[in-house]
Design a protein around this ligand. Structure first.
Ligand SMILES: [Zn+2]
Length: 137
């Protein structure tokens, strides 16, 4: 028996800076990205309006969280020695438990969207126009 499956995708943009601890190349230096995140949300059945979920609800809640927590922030690993210094200087950081790679940022957004109750199936984070990291469970 084939099961119906619907999905919607919302695309959102945000800017962030980061650096990667222990990276052998240039990613160990502070730099920034204009990231594009694509969130897939799925459903077996549609709601009374005929939707998986209202796009405006995704924008309001998930984009709202990204705007408040990640946009124009420096994403640094908790083990990064810059964290305490930049916090003292009043910089706005988002501190991650692991290296703030595109993969880990995609996972962070996936879990946040799940926490908000969205039935997320996959999150893709485009770090630039040619590099994309995907997270799903
Ligand atoms: Zn980078």
């Amino acid at each position: 028996v084939r099961r119906a499956r619907y999905a919607v995708t919302k695309v959102m943009e945000f800017c962030y800076g980061h650096r990667l601890l222990n990276h052998p190349g240039k990613c160990r230096h502070l730099h920034g990205h204009n990231g594009i995140v694509e969130i897939d949300i799925e459903a077996d059945t549609l709601d009374a309006l005929g939707m998986v979920v209202d796009f405006s609800e995704i924008k309001q809640k998930i984009q709202g969280w990204i705007d408040d927590n990640l946009d124009h922030k420096l994403l640094l690993c908790s083990q990064d020695p810059l964290v305490s210094f930049l916090q003292q200087m009043g910089e706005s950081l988002y501190v991650t438990n692991e290296n703030p790679t595109a993969e880990n940022i995609a996972r962070l957004i996936y879990h946040e969207a799940r926490k908000q109750g969205f039935k997320v199936s996959e999150v893709r984070l485009w770090e630039n126009s040619t590099s994309c990291a995907t997270y799903s469970e």
